[in-house]
Design a protein. Structure first.
Length: 123
């Protein structure tokens, strides 16, 4: 009798749903932040009232700092991105998510990312 064989990664993923989680962005609340950087560290503090997703998008704008070690500015929100690398068959693959950008009429692949909710900003 032969020992049981393990399924291949493609077989394992065959029953996985394509979308792991989807949340309605209109239910999301975050806070604008005052961020200060010094050579000793980075600090942030929430300011103002909670914003929904649409309000956050309206406030977003590119920022530039003359000195990346010393600055103070207000940001629309705190976001995070993760580069998840899968090592399989001696090759590295980035795990990306597909995003349909209705404002630009295209679809892109991007890093796993999200916003930090308001109730977690002051931990």
């Amino acid at each position: 009798m032969m020992p049981p064989t393990r399924p291949t990664p493609s077989q394992e993923g065959a029953d996985m749903p394509r979308t792991l989680i989807r949340k309605n962005p209109s239910n999301f609340k975050t806070l604008p932040l005052h961020v200060e950087a010094t050579p000793e560290g980075l600090s942030y503090q929430s300011v103002g009232m909670p914003l929904n997703f649409a309000q956050t998008l309206q406030r977003r704008k590119p920022v530039e700092v003359a000195d990346p070690e010393r600055f103070a500015l207000e940001l629309a929100n705190l976001g995070v991105s993760v580069r998840l690398t899968l090592h399989w068959q001696n090759k590295d693959y980035w795990v990306l998510v597909r995003q349909r950008r209705q404002d630009r009429g295209d679809v892109v692949l991007k890093l796993i990312s999200g916003y930090v909710p308001a109730h977690e900003l002051n931990l």
